[in-house]
Design a protein around this ligand. Sequence first.
Ligand code: BES
Ligand code: ZN
Ligand code: ZN
Length: 465
Amino acid sequence: MTAEINFLTNDGYDTAIPVHALSTADFKGWLETLDPARSRWVVAHDFKAAKGEILNFSDAEGELAAVVIGLGDNNDFPLEDIWCLAPAARKLPGGIYRLAGGHDPKLTALGWAMAQYKFDRYQKEKNTRKAILCLKDKAALKEAAAIISGITTVRDLVNTPTCDMGPSHLSVVMRELAGQYGGTFTETVGDDLLTMGYNSIHTVGRAATNRPRLLDMTWGRKDAPRLTLVGKGVCFDTGGLDLKPSSGMRLMKKDMGGAAHVLGLAQMIMETKLDVRLRLLIPAVENNISGDAFRPGDIIRTYKGTTVEVDNTDAEGRLVLCDALTLASEDSPDLILDFATLTGAARVAMGPAIVPFFTDGDQVARDLTSCSEKENDPVWRMPLYAPYTPQLKSSCADLNNMGSGPYGGAIMAALFLKHFVETPEKWVHFDVFAWNLNDQPGRPKGGEAMGIRTVFAYLKNNFGK
Ligand code: BES
Ligand code: ZN
Ligand code: ZN
């Protein structure tokens, strides 16, 4: 699933409609540069460059000749603010635009494009209006286009309802992605999971008609640094027999958000040809109920051999991930990154927009934090606090699938995952929300990619050519 429209171009810079983005401080000086007719037009419309204000100029033929956008009091490199043009990009008429003053900032271009996304697959009325931004810098354009395609993939996958995005559909998505970039794809489906020992994935997914699977893709030069991405692919989370209340279940088509994130990130990596040996692992299941559903109290012999008692069938994400992380560790990659819509507790701690991450690697944590600031894509380190680990003890198995108390749920889940990773200094776990609860400029309500621009910047710094 690639984005067909990127809202960016490299052609027609000279004929593109100039966009003047002005802070209130710049406004006065700019007004003085205008000819009297345009100056009167600005004054007549009471345009003062307040945040979100837009004013159009037409030429003698009545064609749109220039646009002025207010940035408000944002004076510190306002064009480096990723969302500064997003409100306008959504309102402007279709056409090709360029930023006046020779500006060519990548982040602003991303915000411009992301603002125009609309999930219209199931609607008669399609999003046909395209305000396309022209960038001069070809390399910047290529990279921005790859990032936008990746983000669009994430949003589309998360927004697509489970009836069309079950485990079998996720499999098609990964197979097609592998085909598009010359990767190899394999999968283990249904009872074959048991033959291979992926009992945990099978247990969670076995009640669903759409059978559980483990999807596996590799791409890139064999001797390149090894990067393995793991994504939680719970295509719907009813909570299993410890059923979620309807309010908590309503958005659970997004519980494959982690899988969507790693697919989008893989797309960015392959499109920009980062020098990595990439492996993508997605346990794809539906946590549903039937006569064959797993039960509270059941004990699973995981792929690692550790036995896990199921305290709550709603803590299923860590169960499907634990087998995938054990497998990921087998070929000792240089870095394992996992993305998962793992806990409600992560939202209580961070709110919906900040992605908490967990790792024992201090350097990678520092680097991610620094990339996050530059990219304006918030992630925040949380601790793998070892003294909490005993709370995962079970009276009749090696581990319990949740902590004994109500506190620190995101940390407990991360500590559970850590048990299955061979080298936790080379592993980062991201607990993502994958959803915008409200419409904000550049971030429409619905599925959202969170933290992957940060991770992509980190990967580019470390594995870029
Ligand atoms: N998919 C949910 C976590 C979730 C809920 C993410 C809402 C984002 C929004 C996960 O499978 C789950 O249900 N976790 C439980 C764990 C608990 C039973 C230990 C939770 O967080 O309540
Ligand atoms: Zn759950
Ligand atoms: Zn879940």
